[in-house]
Design a protein around this ligand. Structure first.
Ligand SMILES: [Zn+2]
Ligand SMILES: [Zn+2]
Length: 344
């Protein structure tokens, strides 16, 4: 079968490998769609995976073609990519994202940029009727965005500011719309991204290289500030803007993977103290019976409250991987989600 196999840093290959051997605890999935995550760019070009070669890709969906339980055959599924150890204290209370000894499809073991993959039954999320595999391959960023949105503790009539207009920022804005927020401010430093968000209907999208986010937010809120700010870029300057734009007792959610050492000016730090800001982290998503960001994600897609299709700006076959990855690495043209669609 054909796969995208990472042989070392900056050595991704369109490769032919043997079919995976399915264990009793797994099903064999024929992958139909798999997205490139922002985190795949440093994974491929800078940091590598835990061992080589590794088939990458953790945002995927497909059809079950082989399973011990024949009822599963033919079902379309998305896949929660984290395989928890099941034994550590975090796993005991269902906090799999905090597992100390997890495995992960697409970084610690073979992932979804592959024609087939053997996946543990516990990691399957069944796709409801009316949702395509392409949409379901967006389930991971949709779940991650929902998880972050829940941390902001905002609702009807509130103001949220989201820094970073990638797929997760734009999906988070959709969750905010569903929740009835009054002001949904999206912030980027790039004009094309600002226009893209505006075309998707988020008219309160601003370019922070042109106007002050703090001033804009204060003008929207009678000088009060935002109820919550989401830091989605992993940069010091953005965290600082969050701290300045949030109201007294407001929430700042740190979501973006840090791209540098995060430092703050003395003034920004004073803001945390004087405004008694609540700084809260978010990581991955919830996947339990009690709270399941993945099921909520698919349910919102099914009832058309949430539309991920406009975010898929590029589609490629696995064989076209060089072009797909270079768009994200070199940033020469506007993109949002780039997806491999695998034909049978
Ligand atoms: Zn991802
Ligand atoms: Zn664990």
């Amino acid at each position: 079968m054909r796969v995208l196999n990472l042989y070392g840093v900056n050595d991704l290959r369109y490769d032919e490998i043997g079919m995976p051997e399915r264990k009793n605890t797994e099903v064999l999935l024929q992958v139909k769609a798999v997205g490139i995550c922002g985190s795949d760019i440093p994974r491929v070009f800078d940091k590598g995976t835990y061992h080589f070669p590794t088939v990458i890709g953790h945002e995927f969906a497909g059809t079950v073609v082989e399973a011990d339980n024949t009822d599963l055959i033919g079902r379309n599924v998305a896949v929660f990519p984290l395989i928890p150890c099941g034994e550590c204290s975090a796993c005991q209370c269902g906090r799999y994202a905090q597992c100390k000894q997890y495995n992960y499809y697409g970084s610690r073991c073979n992932g979804g940029m592959s024609e087939y993959i053997a996946v543990k039954k516990e990691n399957l999320v069944f796709i409801p009727e009316g949702v395509s595999c392409k949409e379901a391959a967006m389930c991971e960023p949709v779940a991650v965005a929902l998880h972050a949105f829940r941390k902001a503790c905002v609702g009807i009539g509130n103001t949220i500011v989201i820094f970073g207009i990638g797929p997760i920022g734009l999906i988070l804005a959709q969750w905010a719309k569903i929740a009835g927020l009054k002001n949904i401010v999206l912030v980027a430093r790039n004009r094309d991204k600002v226009e893209f968000a505006q075309r998707l209907g988020f008219l309160q999208t601003i370019n922070s290289s042109e106007i002050s986010v703090r001033d804009y937010v204060l003008s929207l809120t009678n000088g009060v500030g935002a109820d919550a700010c989401i830091e989605g870029t992993g940069q010091s300057a953005t965290l600082e803007e969050c701290l300045l734009a949030v109201r007294n007792f407001g929430k700042v959610v740190t979501m973006g993977n840090p791209v540098e050492a995060i430092t703050l000016s003395q003034n920004a730090y004073w803001n945390i103290l004087r405004k008694e800001i609540c700084l809260v982290g978010t990581w991955n998503s919830s996947f339990t019976e009690m709270e399941n960001d993945w099921k909520d994600a698919l349910a919102a897609m099914q009832c058309k409250q949430l539309d991920v299709l406009p975010l898929i700006t590029h589609e490629f076959t696995l064989e076209q991987y060089k072009e797909a990855f270079s768009i994200m690495r070199e940033k020469k043209e506007l993109y949002c989600k780039i997806m491999f669609v695998i034909e049978e």
